[in-house]
Write a protein that binds this ligand. Sequence first.
Ligand code: DAH
Length: 357
Amino acid sequence: MDDLKSKYLQLIADAGDENGLEELRVQALGKKGEISLQMRELGKMTPEERQTAGPALNALKDEINSALVAKKSALADAALDERLRGEWLDVTLPSRGRPMGSIHPISQVTEEVTAIFADMGFSVAEGPQIESDWYNFDALNIPGHHPARAEMDTFYTHRAEGDERPPHVLRTHTSPVQIRSLEANGAPIRIICPGRVYRADYDQTHTPMFHQVEGLAIDKDISMANLKWVLEEFVKAFFEVDDVELRFRASHFPFTEPSAEVDIRCSWEGGTLKVGEGEDWLEILGSGMVHPKVLQAAGVDPSVYQGFAFGVGIDRIAMLKYGIPDLRAFFDSDLRWLRHYGFRSLDVPTLHGGLSS
Ligand code: DAH
């Protein structure tokens, strides 16, 4: 028994890996193992012999078992140490230049527009995308029979059977935020409202969901001249050009009087857009002096306050600035497109640091 003990303890101590250990376990303690065979011999012994041999064999079995367990965990520790030595990592190294995500052009342009108007003292306001028809239409001087309601291809929500109230709509423009902001804060006010809007339309330049930014400035002495200056400053800053000619074209919106659509001078020479030069004109936004009825609907006295409003398509100016040909691709989530047109996530647009650099 002593021979067996020293033999196995030595073999276990010398074992180089877990497989070797397992072989030793089978060899000693398996069904036909050396120690198991000895156990079987107990049956042939006299009761006296068995009284000493039995406990001794059991003790031997226990001892070998513990040696196996101890060696197994020592081998595992050694393997881990070995791996840790091989796989060290210097956490002070800078990360590899492998950008995983990018900023979508819509987010980028929204940030750019916000930076430009923040510099002119406008703050950002928001409103709900599911809107009552009062805020989306009536309060903006678009009554029930008005053709503008049909023109806008509005998405309506369902009312429960028997509910006679007019249905809610997915807002067709950001203009309702004018009303909500005036109601909440009164005049004077200077805000922009970027956000999602919805219309049932789908082709190369229309998607059922798109983005606008609304502008609103109301005070006691705001005129069309202020509107013109603000828009000029905006266009120059946004397209990153020193000079640009704007053309105010008389137009009609129910919520402004007078109303103007604004074009910028541009050229399409060689298929690429250049802003500020050339013989072409490009329409970029709608604007005007806020209609007295709109102020009234928002609880502001039009005999004291007046001001301007404008609405710009964010997707549209993003396409123009960054030469993106198809609007639908904005919403395809195509990784190759996002990598191509996306922006680095840490390059936050600021006027002093550069908008799009
Ligand atoms: N709400 C208009 C639209 O979606 C855009 C617009 C035009 C907004 C003139 C205005 C404005 O604030 O003054 O087509």
